[in-house]
Design a protein around this ligand. Structure first.
Ligand code: SF4
Ligand code: F3S
Length: 112
């Protein structure tokens, strides 16, 4: 089992999650983060920290696409362990539909 970052992180990218992870298993893309499934110890402390409710346990139904995406990109994006400035328009994107199709970027973020 692991926790998974899902669609609503895209363009919100608040990064509160990285501050609480005891094993530093978040990785940064240009406009979202992912969790490395093999490094996550399933502690669950990040889930309530996300203002966008974009972190879910993989025991929830319908998350297989997101689990695959977290697994793939955590291998190639840089590690992030401290919060940076979130996007200034993060609030506008909270809850928007079709964020993956419209805004997902495979480009890496800056990392730490
Ligand atoms: Fe880190 Fe725990 Fe969240 Fe896994 S569940 S990403 S170990 S804070
Ligand atoms: Fe994304 Fe939420 Fe973390 S919006 S960056 S999963 S705090």
């Amino acid at each position: 089992m692991t926790y998974v970052v899902v669609e609503n992180c895209i363009k919100c990218k608040y990064m509160d999650c990285v501050e609480v992870c005891p094993v530093d298993c978040f990785y940064e893309g240009a406009n979202m983060l992912v969790i490395h499934p093999d490094e996550c110890i399933d502690c669950g402390v990040c889930e309530p920290e996300c203002p966008a409710e974009a972190i879910k346990p993989d025991t929830e139904r319908g998350l297989s696409t997101w689990l695959t995406l977290n697994s793939e990109y955590s291998k190639v994006w840089p590690n992030i362990t401290s919060k940076h400035e979130p996007p200034s328009d993060a609030k506008e994107f909270d809850g928007k539909p079709n964020k993956f199709a419209d805004f997902f970027s495979s480009e890496p973020g800056q990392g730490d």
